[in-house]
Design a protein around this ligand. Sequence first.
Ligand code: ATP
Length: 353
Amino acid sequence: MTSLLTITDVRRSFGDVTALDGVSLDIREGEFFALLGPSGCGKTTLLRILAGFESPDAGTVTLGADDLTAIPAHRRPVNLMFQSYALFPHLSVEKNVAYGLEREKLGRAEIRERVGEVLDRVGLAGAAKRRPHQLSGGQRQRVALARAIVKRPRLLLLDEPLSALDRKVRAEMQLWLKQLQHEVGITFVVVTHDQEEAMSMADRIAVLNHGRVEQVDTPVALYGAPRTHFVADFIGGNNFFAGTAVPGGLLDGTVLPGLPSVPDTIAEGDAAVLAVRPEQIRIGTGLDDAVLRGTVLDVSFYGGTSRFAVRVADRATPIQVQRQGAPGFVPDQEVDLSWSEAEAVLIQPAASG
Ligand code: ATP
């Protein structure tokens, strides 16, 4: 895939606050790309810069061969879908969708055809005459999307597009949005603070923290091979053990097994952190390959899975463990914990990572 959007060393401050501290990203044509990070990490500022509502203090943004920084918002082949949807309450669904095309002074027949086609695509052909207040939250969201894609932008920016929806509708819309993006082939850049949402929809994700890019990768790579402490913690849960890198794992009193996923950044003898996901730890009694031994503090049952907090001597933080099915262990029970080398990753400590 060829690159569509190139963001190079973009910086933006507001007074003393550095919102973007040198962000560089390459977003490919036709890609579903997510900007993910906690509140205040700079996601919205970056999206507003891409849309042209905000200017960077330094750095460049190019779309194809064009330097976007010199092009005003309304002339960019870019559309931004706001969190609030911003539909016109007094206009019908079809008039809301037609609005942008009318402003571009397209012919009536073409507008009718394009609006009809898009409403079909978002499954709202039967609701064309309704007003926004006669629609559900999910339907209003579809109108906002229809209005954004009807203009056939090269790039569609979506700011927390599903945050106003309740949990169940949200899960349906995640699937739907991903399918829609593949069908229309427009490059989507979605801002979200919800890691599950980003993981379920995006082809690739940029994880932002304090105005910097921590890692850009596919959801599977971010989960399986996080490169920084922040990413290992923010994407899914993790148990962290600090110590010294040794062949095959980490020395932390005893040697804990774990293969470094980033051998080029960590040398033997370096301070390192071992990250082991709760579902990668086996819990049992009398395990031959026990790595740690502890006492069950807490058990929670979630239907499909069970989670445990296990206290291990000399460790301040209990170890989190997850397994499929019913718990099978009770609080105060002595248990063994184990994991294999291939299931844990070594990362740099937070201060240098
Ligand atoms: P959220 O998920 O809460 O919207 P975000 O990751 O989108 O957060 P931004 O809105 O980009 O973060 O904000 C990044 C930082 O810049 C924050 O500390 C914010 O307070 C600050 N900031 C953003 N816009 C302005 C502004 N117009 N004036 C002053 N500070 C701003």
